[in-house]
Design a protein around this ligand. Sequence first.
Ligand SMILES: C[S@@+](CC[C@H](N)C(=O)[O-])C[C@H]1O[C@@H](n2cnc3c(N)ncnc32)[C@H](O)[C@@H]1O
Length: 343
Amino acid sequence: MTLTHDPTTAAAVDPGPLVRLTIADCAAKVLHSAVALGVFGVLAEAPADADHIAAETGLHARMAADFLDALAGLGLLERTGDRYGNTPLAQAYLVPGTSTYLGGFVELTNETLYGTWGRLTEALTTGAPQHLDPDKGGFVGDKHKDPQKMKRFFAGLDAYSDRMGVELAGRLDWSRYSSFVDLGGARGNLASVLVKEHPHLKAGVFDLERTRPLFTEHVGRLGFTDRVEFTGGDFFSDDIPQADVIVLGHILHGFDTDRRRELLRRVHAAVNPGGRILVYDRMIDNDRSNAERLLSSLHMRLVSQDGSEYRVGDLHDWLSEAGFTDATAEPLLGTHTLVTATR
Ligand SMILES: C[S@@+](CC[C@H](N)C(=O)[O-])C[C@H]1O[C@@H](n2cnc3c(N)ncnc32)[C@H](O)[C@@H]1O
């Protein structure tokens, strides 16, 4: 077969999208470094010039103008004269210490993405996950052996679960239920947000025993020690506490299909009759056309042995096989899908 190349056709196709795609990670790295250097915190109160920002963050003079103007071009800073200020987007989500801070998630992606995605080609050809060696500065591998890494991992997740909790608090008529368990609820952040919004709820977190110290510290700091109970165990082999509502956030994507179905059967047995299951993940649309969700799925394949995202329709099948009814799916925070069903 002879391959023909028609330069006329090629010239008619704008190569711009390709060029932008090949350098897309540069933009992400500019954001990650701005968070790491604390740029948005420096500008939280008032705009400042490059010299002031450099003095506060350690930014080198040779890099400063291009870096700050790039941040402006990316919609994170706005420049007026020689002064830079946070845009509303950066002010809302990137100022440390605020309740809407998403910087923990930015740090988490920076830490987990670059090493592992750098080995994507190996993963694609070998099929093997690319956990980094923790001794070489990796993160994903045995993070639970390092409490500081575990803490950063949970802090990154909580940047989401703060908003997720407020969102879930409004998605269900919680007055119909008296208890819930957040399965794999980590250090209890989402559970704390939910009981804050709905004080009548009896709240539980079920997670591995090794998570207990982080839970005790975090929930204690939030002042909900008396309101949220921790049960340590393995949700594949230990009893899952009974509750009216059981939440599974970022859980099913960590396991293969058989394990997901097994877990959903166990959850069905633990939900009180008439109660509900809530599942959220970055699920794949049924047409498998949403690139963001597919990238998320590839990420799970890179960082775990069996994990991946899964189609909404597949989850509906597994839920009904486990005995749940009336499954419905809805978008959540523009990044996730929430599926709920009734026992
Ligand atoms: C990806 S994190 C999700 C945390 C939280 N649900 C969220 O969305 O932010 C997964 C959680 O499940 C817990 N986990 C993993 N395997 C488990 C098991 N077999 N039994 C109980 N908890 C488990 C982990 O310790 C971790 O806290």
